[in-house]
Design a protein. Structure first.
Length: 381
């Protein structure tokens, strides 16, 4: 009887997604959710709408691959830093300039890895590096975007940045902290970020179909039909389909610490289940001490919701909705992606949408907390 009640309540998730699609808030979505309860595993899958509306219509599939956008920050960059801290190759409270001496310029010698991971470094949240490089291309007639020279230019620009507040004085979410972390990982490992991610994270943790998709590769044309399209980009003058949406990640060649990963929902579900298993001591695929530490609010500054790389539920207006416990972690991506993990209940909700695909001005962020609420209300009934 209880199972049938749960299934009826979960139908509200499909209706909510269908109504959002009818209102042109998004073309399509894939939602995967799981939670163990009373000796059984409760699960839900929603696959709705279209993965691509133009240049052709392609239905969404359970294994559709999405541009994860800022979920790259937790799956790739935060996890890479965690492994390097465990190995003693990085230290959370050491200055970034210890490994990247040029970064100390203009009063940034006190910025630590912990500051970067909690968005409290004092760096500006965002800069349009791609626009600077486009201007260089117009002036010189040479290609800059996506080249090694572009990566060097962006790193040097980060080093020349002045802080907008003292490290630890405020937490302001942005991309520059994680772009810098991407450079830091490459400096310490002497490997490209995509290689370290593949060899140390994706393969050992058995993630299928997850990785960076560098600009210009278009993911082998035959495979592009598995990928959800994103924006009709004004400066690239094409619908982005099989290439990274984020402009600065594109300028960096499709591989960056803040964006660039592509994956299906199943890969994120696998990632969440590994994180949970390690957190609870059932797996040693990652070091439990650091998984627990990275999942804790860091109070930089006092009252900040940020753990290390991860967001946690805020008291009001959280994207997690109303029912995830305080002991939860999650993150969002601009393209319409979301992952939330309740560490106590072991509930996971992966919600991947292509909300910016030709509909960016109409899309709403309110759908994510609504879906989270509907799923947990069903699972907890």
């Amino acid at each position: 009887m209880r199972r049938s009640v749960i299934e009826r309540k979960l139908l509200r998730v499909d209706r909510a997604l269908d109504e959002a699609i009818e209102r042109s808030e998004l073309p399509g979505a894939v939602v995967l959710a799981r939670m163990p309860r009373e000796g059984e595993l409760l699960e839900h899958t929603s696959v709705r709408g279209l993965a691509v509306t133009r240049p052709e219509r392609i239905l969404m599939q359970r294994d559709t691959i999405f541009d994860l956008a800022s979920l790259t920050k937790i799956v790739a960059t935060t996890t890479a830093v965690l492994l390097l801290v465990e190995e003693g190759r990085l230290e959370l409270d050491s200055p970034v300039a210890r490994w990247l001496p040029a970064f100390a310029e203009r009063g940034k010698e006190g910025v630590t890895l912990r500051h970067l991971l909690t968005h409290s470094s004092g760096l500006k949240p965002w800069r349009a590096f791609h626009e600077h490089l486009l201007e260089k291309e117009r002036k010189t007639g040479e290609r800059w975007l996506g080249t090694p020279a572009a990566r060097e230019h962006i790193f040097e620009s980060l080093c020349r940045q002045s802080l907008v507040h003292d490290p630890g004085a405020a937490a302001v979410y942005g991309d520059l902290d994680f772009i810098l972390l991407g450079f830091l990982i490459e400096e310490v490992t002497q490997q490209p970020l995509q290689v370290f991610f593949r060899e140390r994270i994706a393969v050992p943790l058995q993630f299928a179909d997850i990785g960076f998709l560098p600009v210009g590769e278009n993911g082998a044309a035959a495979d592009r039909r598995r990928i959800a399209a994103t924006e009709n980009c004004p400066w690239r003058q094409r619908i982005l389909w099989g290439e990274v949406h984020d402009p600065n990640a594109s300028a960096l060649g499709g591989v960056a610490g803040h964006a660039g990963l592509f994956a299906p929902a199943s890969a994120l579900l696998r990632f969440a289940e590994v994180w949970l298993a390690v957190w609870h001591g059932r797996s040693d695929l990652l070091p439990q001490h650091w998984v627990r530490h990275f999942s804790e609010r860091q109070e930089l500054p006092a009252g900040s919701d940020w753990a290390l790389g991860w967001d946690t539920p805020s008291a009001l207006g959280s994207s997690a909705g109303k029912h995830f416990s305080k002991n939860s972690v999650g993150h969002l991506g601009f393209t319409g992606t979301s992952l939330w993990i309740d560490l106590e209940r072991e509930a996971v909700v992966v919600m991947l949408t292509n909300r910016v695909h030709l509909l960016a001005k109409k899309s709403r962020f309110a759908l994510r907390p609504l879906v989270h609420d509907l799923i947990l209300e069903a699972f907890l009934s």
